[in-house]
Design a protein around this ligand. Structure first.
Ligand code: HEM
Length: 541
């Protein structure tokens, strides 16, 4: 197959059915089978784009040089009409079974690999569950007067979510979404032209003064024996410096993979004891499939939290390699209180990050990451460095009693709580349903919100307050996000996409309301079940 070979949508279907990892970029058909395990951005980033036009995702994730280098994977040029398939990892079916005895048989030009590709007239959209989630609910709009079984109640809750999004956002027809994608590409070009990818390093000078002051406070009070105060300074130091690890993880500081990864390892692994590699592997996926219950690890928190009705049934995670988040009696119980447990659990969230970091670093099946192979051993070394300074020097040599050590560890870890709230704030109150045919830019703006704050408070939020802007342009240096926000507002106005922004307090209220809403749904579903068990009827009125 030559590079100039013309390939139709059906050809792409057939190649994927044969096991090919095919991705579209502009009009180029890329075959990435051999690159999957070597990709510095991880294999999942590619798998979620198989069978899709990934032009926008590719353009915003890579440097210009890397983009040029992609030509080596080109196997042909796309011809004819294109619409995205559902990737196999997301449940898309690419089966040639009917044709398996006839290798010359032509796959019909109109190939659908999932029911979810077919929009329904009349404003509402009917979506069948991807088969691999093994959820069987009828793809019908249900009336509220009907007696509902738990399955039907569940289906209605998911459908209500979809309807709300469909009504609030531009049409999903190909012409509208194509026009939005084009405008987004124009905006990206403008941003590059206006130098908004250039990092002003003097801004990091100011950041470093702040980190230095917090660190000095930690050391000063530690030596003075004021352990609680010292621990608070250390927690605030971690909260602040992790914003720079976030920038480095996105290669948003120097834009150089090696230098930014080393900065990320120094801050994340050595200073904070958390694996930047783990964070990148989950965060890159989060950016590509934002708020999608089966795929986005950031919202997979059963049995502690559910931000989508989809979690009210057991759900298989593609991120955790097919792990099933079971909706069992424990989840049913804990979700009743999730709006009350939100803050206490956020306060202790840092302990869980250690576990996730080590689970990532010790994973036996880890891909070799090609030229990024050195990152894992470097991280392990850096994390040992963290345990040496935090565990041995601070907690063993400097703090005399075990009671003070416990206090120090708890206070320092709880003091990072604002960071965990900031991380969840921009997504947990936003829609979680998948809309077939939706372009990248609209999906990001529908599932992400910004937090409104005056410029002088920017340091408190560390850039996470411009989450919607950041999701559109993840590699943009943090200090340019405020300048880019008006351009994104303008883009939203022109395209009719709702731009979501709330103050910190209202953002918290939104998250808590969403948690309460899902709790109510869980309670009603349990009532349906109890009613069925008691009466033998199919559900509730
Ligand atoms: C569908 C496809 C792809 C997606 C969604 C994707 C996504 C990403 C993401 C999110 C990163 C950031 C990783 C990090 O810094 O942690 C990344 C890095 C990288 N990707 Fe991809 N990628 C794709 C395909 C490719 C292809 C075809 C190439 C081949 C040249 C490639 C080469 C790289 C390289 C070299 C990096 C390191 C950063 C850089 O030099 O720009 N990726 N990718």
């Amino acid at each position: 197959m030559g590079r100039s070979c013309l390939l139709t949508r059906s050809d792409v279907f057939r190649l994927i059915a044969d096991g090919g990892k095919i991705v579209i970029k502009d009009d180029a058909v890329l075959r990435l089978d051999g690159w999957l395990e070597k990709h510095p951005g991880g294999r999942l980033a590619i798998l979620h784009m198989v069978g899709r036009d990934a032009t926008d995702e590719l353009n915003i994730s890579h440097s210009a040089d890397t983009l040029k280098g992609m030509n080596r994977f080109r196997i042909g040029t796309l011809t004819g009409e294109w619409s995205n398939f559902v990737p196999p990892i997301q449940g898309g079916i690419f089966s040639l079974r009917e044709h398996e005895n006839d290798p010359k048989a032509k796959v019909p030009d109109k190939v659908f690999n999932s029911e979810s590709e077919k929009p329904v007239q009349g404003g509402a959209l009917e979506v069948a569950a991807p088969p691999w989630t093994e959820k069987a609910f009828p793809p019908i709009l249900l009336s509220s007067e009907k007696i509902l079984s738990p399955d039907e109640y569940f289906a209605q809750a998911c459908q209500d979510d979809i309807n709300a999004s469909v009504q609030a956002y531009p049409s999903l027809d190909a012409a509208t979404q194509g026009a939005i994608a084009k405008k987004y590409q124009e905006l990206h070009e403008r941003i590059k032209r206006e130098g908004l990818y250039d990092c002003d390093y003097s801004r990091y000078g100011i950041e470093m003064l702040r980190y230095g002051a917090l660190f000095a406070g930690f050391v000063y009070f530690l030596r003075a024996g004021w352990y609680g105060t010292s621990a608070t300074f250390l927690g605030l130091f971690w909260q602040q410096i992790m914003f720079s690890a976030h920038d480095a993880g996105h290669r948003g500081i120097t834009h150089n993979f090696v230098i930014d990864t080393l900065i990320g390892i120094f801050i994340g692994d050595f200073c904070c004891g958390l694996s930047i590699g783990w964070w990148k592997s989950s965060h890159n996926v989060h950016h590509l499939v934002t708020n999608q219950p089966e795929h986005d690890p950031d919202i997979q928190n059963i049995p502690l939290f559910a931000t989508s009705p989809e979690f009210l049934k057991s759900l298989t995670s593609s991120y955790y390699n097919g792990f099933v988040f079971v909706y069992d009696a424990i989840a049913d119980f804990t979700l009743r209180f999730q709006s009350y447990t939100y803050y206490p659990i956020m306060a202790a969230a840092r302990f869980n990050l250690y576990f996730l970091s080590w689970a990532h670093l010790l994973k036996p099946s880890a891909p070799n990451m090609g030229r990024a192979f050195w990152t894992r051993p470097t991280e392990i070394l850096a994390i040992f460095g963290y345990f040496f300074w935090f565990g041995y020097v601070v907690n063993t040599l400097c703090i005399p009693t075990w009671q003070d050590r416990v206090l120090f560890i708890l206070v320092s870890h709880f003091a990072t709580m604002p960071l965990h709230i900031q991380i969840t704030l921009s997504h947990w109150g936003m829609p979680t349903c998948v809309l077939p045919g939706e372009c990248f830019a609209q999906h990001q703006l529908r599932t992400t919100m910004d937090v409104d704050c005056p410029a002088w408070l920017d340091f408190v939020h560390g850039g996470l307050q411009f989450q919607a802007v950041h999701h559109l342009f993840p590699r943009m240096p943090r200090h340019n996000l405020r300048m880019t926000q008006p351009l994104v507002r303008e883009f939203c106005k022109e395209t009719g996409i709702k731009y979501s922004i709330l103050g910190f307090k209202d953002g918290n209220v939104k998250v808590l309301s969403r948690l309460e809403e899902i709790t109510k749904q869980a309670v009603l579903m349990a009532k349906c079940q109890a009613h069925m068990a008691a009466t033998g009827e199919s559900g509730l009125h």
